[in-house]
Design a protein. Structure first.
Ligand code: UDX
Length: 456
């Protein structure tokens, strides 16, 4: 099939690469000329395991191309995916200007029956707005090409995106049940047939329910994490090990063992933004989602928990201390720093006068860029932040180690060496990577999240 992807961000690039991989002819469009140049020259603007190789393979086979030419994009695809960004507006609602601009562009250039697929995470009712925007442009051109707008939310996780796309647990798509909608549904089923093996993974529904499914999934997952984080904070004060509790409750199939890890807060491009957007939609309809407002507040507070533990142990004035920070990306296997807990922690440590030496396996360049903006490059706080080339180099002579992201590289360090490198054997662990008993045996003072580390 001929496919056009509008927007070469995270979702767009992964979708484009995976659809080319299954033999489709894919044209990826973006307004950012520098991104398209980079992609045409063999580069990849984001880090995602396996993506570079997959793009290379399909570029070489002539199955994927990149262009800024929207008219060519609208002409090329039988199915046009809209995968542009939906950043939060000032009030928390999703900003749809890029989605609607893409829709207008499609309406201005389409030349035959098209299926337009909303892949971006968009509020309920957006497909209808896309439909109107396209129809208005066609009316302007006095044309009547038939088309149908489909909602096909993407559930991929950063760091595992290719695998999630190639082996999805479900493929949700919402279509209208008119003639064009039925034709669109058939095309979607053939497009996704290669990903629909073993058992039925296609979940067809109406458009609005498909739009809501994405928000509901992220709201449910964010709620799980915030609840675990609050339980962990309590556990730490009453002599309970949250990790034992996690295993105990996760064995119940109704709860399930995934996504129950307490930590120093969730980040990324999806949870914070989607939780906010859903709260906003709910309040617009006078149906406030009180639970989600609490989830958001709990998460904001959780990003401060490491700072609070450090202050409780070392005092409010941290100007005498240098901290090694391991992990800057919002989660492992990505260089994404959006809403990363490390940003809150490091800003707080620096504001209290501390020095920080940070290390991340992949996100270092992105971290330099982000912290120069967050802290202002010429500030004295920024001058107290440095970056180490190796994890142990960050730790050398530091007063404490703070673990913020659970990269595999941090899971079993040489503890003897670590202990020897630290000025004081003190670890604050925001991801519960180590066993308190083992740390005790090594005579390392260990503070984690809800792991019986607080004095009773
Ligand atoms: C998420 C959803 O999983 C995905 O389906 C959706 O399409 C986009 O948002 P992603 O943002 O890539 O994907 O990250 P994910 O792996 O889900 O983690 C989100 C955040 O939750 C991270 O900050 C992670 O550290 C945190 N988390 C996750 C926990 O704190 N505890 C857990 O048990 C799991």
């Amino acid at each position: 099939m001929k496919i056009t992807i509008i927007g070469t961000g995270y979702v767009g690039l992964v979708t484009g690469a995976c659809l080319a991989e299954t033999g489709n002819s894919v044209l990826c469009i973006d307004v950012a000329a520098h991104k398209i140049d980079l992609l045409n020259n063999g580069g990849v603007p984001i880090y995602e395991p396996g993506l570079r190789e997959m793009l290379e393979r399909n570029r070489a086979a002539g199955r994927i191309h990149f262009s800024t030419d929207l008219a060519a994009g609208a002409a090329h695809g039988d199915i046009l995916f809209i995968a542009v960004g939906t950043p939060p507006d000032e009030d928390g609602s999703a900003d749809l200007q890029y989605v609607l601009a893409a829709a207008r562009n499609i309406g201005q250039h389409m030349n035959s029956f098209k299926v337009i697929v909303n892949k971006s995470t968009v509020p309920v009712g957006t497909a209808q707005r896309v439909q109107h925007a396209i129809a208005a442009e066609l009316a302007e051109r006095a044309l009547e090409h038939p088309f149908s707008v489909v909602s096909n939310p993407e559930f991929l996780k950063e760091g595992a995106a290719l695998d999630d796309f190639m082996r999805p647990d479900r493929i949700v798509f919402g279509c209208d049940n008119d003639q064009n909608g039925v034709r669109a549904a058939d095309m979607m089923k053939s497009l996704y047939a290669p990903f629909n093996c073993d058992h039925e993974r296609l979940l067809q529904m109406d458009v609005r329910s498909a739009e809501m499914t994405k928000y509901a999934a992220n709201a449910m997952l964010a709620t799980r994490i915030s609840l675990m984080n609050e339980l962990a904070n309590l556990a730490g004060c009453i002599g309970v090990d949250i990790d034992a509790v996690r295993a105990g409750i996760g064995a119940d199939p109704r709860i399930g063992k995934h996504f129950l890890y307490a930590g120093c807060g969730y980040g990324g491009s999806c949870f914070p933004k989607d939780v906010q957007a859903l709260i906003r939609t709910a309040s617009e309809h006078d149906q406030p989602l009180r639970i989600l407002s609490a989830v958001e507040a709990v998460n904001d507070a959780q990003k401060q928990v490491l700072e609070q533990k450090i202050v409780a142990r070392l005092g409010a004035d941290l100007s005498a201390f240098r901290f090694a920070v391991w992990g800057l990306a919002f989660k492992p296997d990505t260089d994404d720093m959006r809403e990363a807990p490390s940003r809150v922690l490091i800003a707080a440590l620096l504001a209290r006068g501390a020095k920080v030496t940070a290390y991340d396996p992949i996100a270092m360049d992105e971290a330099r860029r982000v912290f120069a903006l967050d802290l202002q490059a010429e500030s004295t706080a920024f001058a107290r932040l440095s970056f180490a080339a190796e994890p142990m180099q960050a730790v050398e002579g530091a007063d404490a180690l703070v673990v913020v992201t659970e990269w595999n590289a941090f899971k079993s360090p040489d503890f003897q060496l670590l202990r020897a490198q630290l000025k004081t054997p003190l670890i604050f662990d925001g991801r519960n990577l180590y066993e308190p008993a083992a740390m005790n045996a090594l005579e390392i003072e260990y503070h984690a999240i809800g792991r019986t580390d607080e004095p009773l």
